[in-house]
Design a protein around this ligand. Structure first.
Ligand code: 4NP
Length: 147
C-alpha cells in the first residue's frame, strides 16, 4: 500500500499523518510506503513546523527529518491512496486529476469531515495529533484488510 498524506503547507497536518502512519505500519510489519506533500509551495525544503515536531516528540515520534514538498501530478501514479486534510485540499488535488482512476484515489483523510488547520493556533496541535492518530489506527485496519 502506498499512501500520500496531503495538506496545504505540508508543515503541520500532513507531516503528522505521514509520521504516525509510517510508525504504525512499521510496528505492524507492513511494508507500506507513506509520504506527504502540500498543495502550496511556500515551505518547500523546510522541516515540519516546530509545533508539529514538538507534539510528535511528546508522543514518542521523531518527524524532524521530513522535508516539505509540493504535490505533483506524478503522485497520482506513485500512490494508491491520496488522503487530504480538508475540502480546500480536496478541490485543489481533484483539479489536478486527469482521469477517473486518479479521481478515485483522492479521499478525505477523515472520510466525512476535516482536520482543521492548526497553523494559527498553538493549542490545536495536540487535538490535531490525537484526531490524526485515531484515524491512522482505523486506516491501518481498513487498508490491511484490502491487501
Ligand atoms: P498545514 O498548515 O497545511 O497543516 O501544513 C499550514 C501551514 C502553512 C500555511 C498554511 C497552512 N501557510 O500559509 O504558510
Amino acid at each position: 500500500m502506498k499512501i500520500l498524506m496531503v495538506c496545504l503547507g505540508n508543515i503541520c497536518r500532513s507531516p503528522l499523518a505521514h509520521g504516525i502512519m509510517e510508525h504504525l505500519a512499521q510496528q505492524k510489519g507492513l511494508n507500506w510506503e507513506i509520504d506527504s506533500a502540500g498543495t502550496g509551495n511556500w515551505h518547500i525544503g523546510e522541516q515540519p513546523d516546530r509545533r508539529s515536531i514538538a507534539v510528535a516528540r511528546k508522543y514518542g515520534l521523531d518527524i524532524s527529518g521530513q522535508s516539505c514538498r509540493q504535490f505533483e501530478t506524478a503522485d497520482f501514479e506513485r500512490f494508491d491512496q491520496i488522503l487530504v486534510m480538508d475540502y480546500s485540499n480536496l478541490n485543489d488535488v481533484k483539479a489536478l486529476a486527469r482521469n477517473e482512476e486518479e479521481h478515485n484515489k483522492i479521499n478525505l483523510f477523515l472520510k466525512d469531515t476535516i482536520v482543521p488547520d492548526p497553523y494559527h493556533d498553538d493549542d490545536q496541535f495536540d487535538p490535531v495529533y490525537q484526531m490524526i492518530e485515531k484515524r491512522c489506527k482505523e486506516l491501518i485496519v481498513e487498508f490491511a484488510s484490502t491487501i
